[in-house]
Design a protein around this ligand. Sequence first.
Ligand code: AMP
Length: 425
Amino acid sequence: MEPVRAVKGMNDVLPAEMPAWHLVEERFRALAEAYSYREVRTPVVEPTALFARSIGETTDIVEKEMYSFVDKGDEALTLRPEGTASSVRAYIQHSAWAEGPVTRWYYLGPMYRRERPQKGRYRQFYQLGVEVYGDPGPHVDAEMIDMAVRLLEGLGIRRVTVELNSLGGPGTRVAYRDALSGFLSPSREALCPDCRRRLEHNPLRVLDCKVPTCRQIAAGAPRITDHLTAEDRSHLDGLRRMLDRLGTPHVLEPRLVRGLDYYTRTLFEIKEEGGELGSQNTLVGGGRYDGLVESLGGPPTAAIGFAAGIERLVLSLPDGSANPIRPAVSVVSTGSATLDPAVVAARDLRLGGIATDIDTRGSSLKSQLRRSDKLGARFALIVGEDELSRGRAALRDLGTKEQVEVPLSKPEIVDAVRTAMEKTT
Ligand code: AMP
């Protein structure tokens, strides 16, 4: 029979790859918590309307990429394509705004987009992200961008560029939309069919089109940064000043737009230079979304967030960043008479916090010792009949081959192994 395979673009992450994933996830958690963020977990499935109303009806994500279905109760549901919409829904649903003026949340989890799979782009992918509600910035904007850069730096990903733009608030948007439509309209027929539609609904999205003729046309478009209102300009200047103060280099990229409609003012991407990700080298994307909480039914609340793709971070880690997991001790029994006490000793070591492996099948001594080597254990605890009769076992350092006798009783065994471990490190 043909074996069943995973869905295209959806990957298994096997145990050998996990140390790198854990490294990224643990560093992120520790950093987020150091910055006073608290974790939120929301469902993977949400009402389809949530994404249509937040990300935007005419975005690629909502038009083409969502995994949507009607469940048996006739509800229109979607596998979440990103984390912000769900987080905002939860923020409103649980009145998180009533608990304090500023809320800092972080999340980690799988997202789903039916994109064309390639290196660094998958149909199920994992994001880590943060959101701050209730602070209009610009200091928090700078703090968040700097935090993302420090996360990458801490992971050893050093050659990165921060691209920054401001989409302004509603005042800027109206003025710029007019200027942009005025510029693009004469070239309407040369635009791709998608962009012709975008021109009607959201001309800003034309700037993000990958079709060469559209890119060419967009290259001469007016810059949004030339249309910022005085407030929006001062917000952007304040953010840049604070970034300088924090020592985070950045470049202004007035053509930067992102594939989600909810952004206002600050917008940023962090790209890796010269890595192996090629065209998928955007590690982090984020921005401010000051109107979204209100538009989804909550109180007016300024907000900002970013998300990073965990697969991309893992691919960008320098070689040798994460070490394979090795047991400290491999417990070896010399025959059927010593398997019972060997299993007890393994349990006691494990509960004592010492990573321990044991072959519980009663295999030959030779095969057990081969396994100890293969797993890269530092010590073998050999439970032989002779020593056992004296309540003891042999602890062999598999590196130096030195062997000492240790008591098999608890907690002495844990102390003895710890002492031996300290000697060799
Ligand atoms: P976005 O949610 O589109 O703002 O993307 C934020 C980050 O998520 C990107 O910079 C990528 O690192 C990651 N990302 C987005 N889409 C994908 C995908 N299809 N596969 C893998 N990573 C992705």
